[in-house]
Design a protein around this ligand. Structure first.
Ligand code: GDP
Length: 433
């Protein structure tokens, strides 16, 4: 999916525009704690063109001077995006900061579109001419406050957006490793690959240094997504939380299965929860990998306690298997491909309607459906309408009678009968017409 980034001074209105373009998609469904706030990456579309949008304004380098901050933003945009929107403030005219960013972008060879924000009415239209001096072509007047001008701006974005080419090469099972800096993601990749035959491919024409690595294990082909992103390049923004989240979200998008990597040595941190939340929300297959297990002083209860802590902290990830490994000693790493393979197949799984309904009817006869007043929930039948993740529609008399706890009960019954280890299940209740 092509990527569009918004850069510009603080307070020019980047996040307002970001939210307007992304629209209601951002007001998210699930109760995954901490995920929707301060979002800087989201999916968007305009006239049937899909793209991802980044608000680089969220990338903050603590204590760095202003110039360093905006330089980092511009560099992130150049690294990550196919098209860059430079947003400026029409009420202020061209500032030194605008000039500085424009010069960096000018040398990037990426298409740049200047959006002049805070042009709230026609009288202010003439304020945009100043911005020709940035040397980046026609400025586009917009108003974040009133949502004006966005159509023309997005038309222009679409015009310069590269084709989203789905190359149908057989990548096998695609997975990524996500987690905080220094949990050992790169070390794990190297350890997994070990002696395996590795094919490094660089997809022509795609953005930045998107390098994926392929390998084969027991005749199954795997692709590790964004291996390049795991290498350290020494850029100032690399260790910021927002940048790792951004990188993680991009990798998740391209993956079938996501390995959420934790550091056994440091326990579970707030940022781990956020990152895991993104993977869950994306509906991917998930495995929790506890790395650096060699570093931990173990008694017979250590692993059980750690598992307990994970289950407690990641309540929404009850379906994800947990594996304790060490990139250093390679403990259990040979089990990982097989586990990824299993989760992948569960995520892709399709259950026939007759099997599904057998299980559901048994479940209903064991635990009667909930009532509200004199009305009882009646469940007619269920059918799987999609896979990856498996999505089951349950037809009922009145969806408002479907209690959360009853839905959870049905999900558990499905999980008991069919192996859905590692994959979320989506249950949707509809009234039968
Ligand atoms: P990344 O930022 O998540 O890619 O983390 P790295 O792979 O760069 O690892 C960070 C540090 O942890 C490095 O010093 C590694 O040598 C070390 N490390 C990684 N995995 C293990 C492990 O399983 N055991 C131990 N003891 N150290 C590890």
């Amino acid at each position: 999916q092509p990527v569009v980034a918004i850069v510009g001074h603080p307070n020019v209105g980047k996040s307002t525009i970001f939210n307007r373009i992304v629209g209601q998609r951002i007001s998210i469904v699930e109760d995954t704690p901490g995920v929707t706030r301060d979002r800087i990456y989201a999916h968007a579309d305009w006239l049937d063109h899909k793209f991802s949008l980044i608000d680089t304004g969220g990338i903050e380098i603590s204590n760095a001077p202003f110039v360093k901050q905006i330089t980092a933003q511009a560099e992130v945009a150049i690294d990550e995006a196919d098209v860059i929107i430079l947003m400026v403030n029409g009420k202020e005219g061209v500032t030194d900061g605008d000039d500085h960013i424009a010069r960096i972008l000018y040398h990037s060879n990426k298409p740049v579109i200047v959006a002049v924000n805070k042009i709230d009415n026609l009288k202010q239209q003439s304020d945009i001419y100043d911005f020709y001096s940035l040397g980046l072509g026609d400025p586009y007047p917009i108003s974040g406050a009133h949502g004006k001008g966005l159509g023309d701006l997005l038309d222009q974005v679409i015009k310069v957006l590269p084709e989203d080419h789905h190359d149908n090469v057989n990548d096998g099972i695609k997975f990524s490793l996500i987690g905080r800096p220094n949990v050992g993601k790169s070390s794990l990749v190297n350890a997994i690959l070990g002696e395996k035959r590795v094919i490094v491919s660089k997809k022509a024409g795609t953005t930045r240094d998107a390098t994926n690595t392929h390998f084969v294990d027991h005749h199954q082909k795997y692709t590790i997504i964004d291996t390049a992103g795991l290498r350290k390049r020494g850029k100032v923004y690399e260790n910021t939380e927002k940048y790792s989240v951004l990188r993680a979200m991009r990798s998740i998008d391209d993956s079938d299965v996501v390995l959420v990597v934790l550091n056994a040595d440091e326990g579970i941190r707030e940022q781990d929860k956020k990152i895991a939340g993104y993977a869950h929300e994306a509906g991917k297959g998930i495995i929790i990998v506890v790395n650096k297990w060699d570093q931990v002083d173990k008694t017979s209860a250590t692993q059980r306690n750690f598992e307990g802590a994970i289950r407690y902290q990641f309540k929404y990830l009850t379906y994800a298997p947990i594996i304790f490994v060490s990139a250093l000693t390679k403990q259990r790493l040979n089990q990982l491909p097989k586990l990824i393979d299993k989760v992948y197949h569960n995520h892709e799984k399709r259950i026939t309607s007759s099997n599904l309904n057998d299980v559901m009817m048994d479940a209903i006869s064991m635990t009667p459906t909930p009532t509200s007043g004199t009305k009882r929930l009646r469940i007619y039948y269920a059918t799987q309408v999609a896979s990856a993740p498996p999505t089951i529609v349950i037809f009922v008399n009145d969806p408002t009678l479907m209690h959360f706890s009853y839905q959870r009960y049905l999900e558990n019954q499905f999980r008991k009968s069919f192996d859905f280890t590692g994959t979320p299940l989506k249950l949707i209740t509809r009234s039968r017409k």
